[in-house]
Design a protein around this ligand. Structure first.
Ligand code: ADP
Ligand code: GLC
Length: 477
């Protein structure tokens, strides 16, 4: 089976969050099962510089007013790529979602290029049977397929985060190459605007999201306005959990760590804590319970609940290290907290991949207090690295962490801590539970071992995606 992923991020070249990680691991995992998955991404400078260009799959005099464009054939290790090379849109500094003036047009160009590969092929005899778009930047792929000429490959949309929908003024319709008749609830229209994600969810043959619980939540109160559409399409909507790429996230061979370790050598974990404490400017205290969070600072991530608990943590003798960037108020509040508690609270405002690895290898507890979390990866990385995740019971967090309770300790299934209400008090109460267990080292190690042994591999999810593709009736083209 031939499948083309269309996406805006790809680790290690371009990543703003979990989407980048998943786009690096999932297509390779599906390829390992024998399907021919390839991926279309913008030709960002970092990607251009790193991969070998092998040829030209298509050329366009203009796409969406961004001038001349080409689709280049390229290869990342173990993953054939198509790069949308359109310098006016993609060959410039900044993150993938910067430059708001042409945000709609440039991701429309990406979707158009994807639909072109699906309809016409790459000029070298390769044409995908399934076009699989990820998040709103690929939302118009099913629209260009549905409203265009020629063969219609099957289409799948995956929701990594329904809070980001790509909503733009209806006045852009013709700039995006969409005919007037598409501006209806059956097409791309969403509350008078053009909705990229909405269009994808309406028009794709199948929809998936990244955990079973989130698949339910987005049909109810958590759908950010799309709950009705998704409830209507519930038979086409699958929840498939993300996995962990053990090539990248593996304490036994992680080059970012001063000391590598595994289940059989847990004592080798300790030097990583001292190294991290030193790097972060925390007291090099081997006994203090170390809480950490590695997160975008976005209201949905619930880091304000952590801010509510800074003094509580310090009063209980714990340390806190936060790596994050995003909301400027949250950044300022964490900086102030660190100034208030030098040596006990530390923040790194910014994005640092290596430091994130070190945080997971150092922390005792990784906090993930999200209000909503489609899947979440940091609670999985925490488990793989022997830190206990403390999560709010929502979305993928509910599906991947088994909360400590008398029952789960007795049957050995506990892997972390959960709390329910999205407020600082509830988090504080869960912190108390975590600290109580911390002072019972034998039981702590039992929970830690269970997490480190958990199988969050990509093979199972990859099979589930193949099963999902197999449910789409063949269109005979
Ligand atoms: P989301 O995609 O919503 O941001 P995930 O938990 O799925 O949440 O993925 C977050 C990814 O981004 C993880 O790989 C995490 O390690 C990484 N990350 C988040 N913030 C930072 C940061 N400040 N520095 C380095 N990595 C970060
Ligand atoms: C999104 C979600 C996150 C998920 C990631 C990868 O960014 O916010 O929960 O893990 O996508 O699917």
């Amino acid at each position: 089976m031939k499948i083309l992923f269309v996406a805006s991020e790809l680790f290690p070249y371009v990543k703003t969050g979990g989407l980048g990680d998943v786009m690096a691991a999932l297509p390779r995992a599906i390829r390992a099962l024998g399907a021919d998955v390839r991926m279309l991404v913008p030709a960002y400078p970092a990607l251009r510089a790193a991969v070998e260009i092998q040829g030209v799959a298509a050329t366009f005099a203009d796409l969406m007013g961004g001038g001349p464009a080409r689709i280049l054939r390229a290869e990342a290790p173990g993953l054939p790529l198509y790069l949308l090379d359109q310098p006016a849109f993609f060959d410039r500094p900044g993150g993938p979602y910067d430059h708001p003036d042409d945000l709609a047009r440039r991701f429309a160009a990406l979707a158009w290029a994807g639909a072109h590969l699906g309809r016409v092929g790459d000029g070298g005899g390769w044409r995908p049977e399934v076009l699989h778009g990820h998040d709103w930047p690929a939302g118009l792929v099913p629209a260009y397929v549905a409203f265009g000429e020629g063969p219609r490959p099957a289409t799948v949309m995956t929701i990594h985060n329904i809070a980001f929908q790509g909503r733009f003024p209806a006045s852009l319709l013709s700039d995006l190459g969409l005919p007037r008749h598409t501006l209806t609830p059956e097409g791309v229209e969403f509350h008078g605007d053009i909705g990229f994600l909405k269009a994808g969810l309406k028009l794709a043959d199948r929809i998936s999201t990244v955990s079973p619980t989130y698949a339910r939540e987005i049909q109810q109160a958590g759908g950010h306005g799309l709950e009705g559409l998704l409830a209507h399409r519930h038979q086409d909507l699958w929840g498939i959990l993300n996995g962990v790429d053990r090539e990248v996230w593996n304490p036994a061979k992680d080059p970012n760590l001063v000391s590598r370790y595994d289940l059989r050598h847990p004592a080798r974990r300790a030097p990583n804590r001292l190294d991290f404490q030193k790097r972060m400017g925390l007291q090099e205290d081997p006994g203090a319970p170390l809480f950490s969070a590695v997160s975008r600072l976005d209201p949905l991530k619930g880091l304000d609940l952590v801010l509510d608990n800074v003094d509580h943590l310090v009063a209980l003798g714990a340390q806190l290290a936060v790596l994050g960037t995003g909301d400027v108020h949250a950044e300022g509040a964490f900086r102030q907290a660190a100034q208030r508690h030098p040596g006990r609270v530390a923040v790194f405002i910014g994005y640092d991949e290596a430091l994130a690895h070190r945080a997971f290898a150092a922390a005792d507890v990784v906090l993930v207090p999200s209000r909503q979390e489609p899947c979440g990866l940091t609670q999985l990385y925490a488990q793989a690295y022997g830190a206990l995740p403390l999560v709010r019971r929502t979305g993928g967090l509910a599906d991947t962490v088994v909360g400590v309770s008398p029952g789960t300790l007795a049957d050995g299934t506990a892997t972390g801590f959960q709390f329910e209400a999205a407020n600082g008090w509830a988090l504080g109460e869960a912190i108390n539970r975590a600290l109580a267990l911390f002072h019972d080292p034998a039981t702590w190690r039992q929970v830690q071992r269970r997490g480190m042994a958990a199988d969050f591999g990509w093979e199972g999810p990859a099979r589930a995606y193949l099963d999902l593709y197999a449910t789409i009736p063949s269109k005979g083209n």
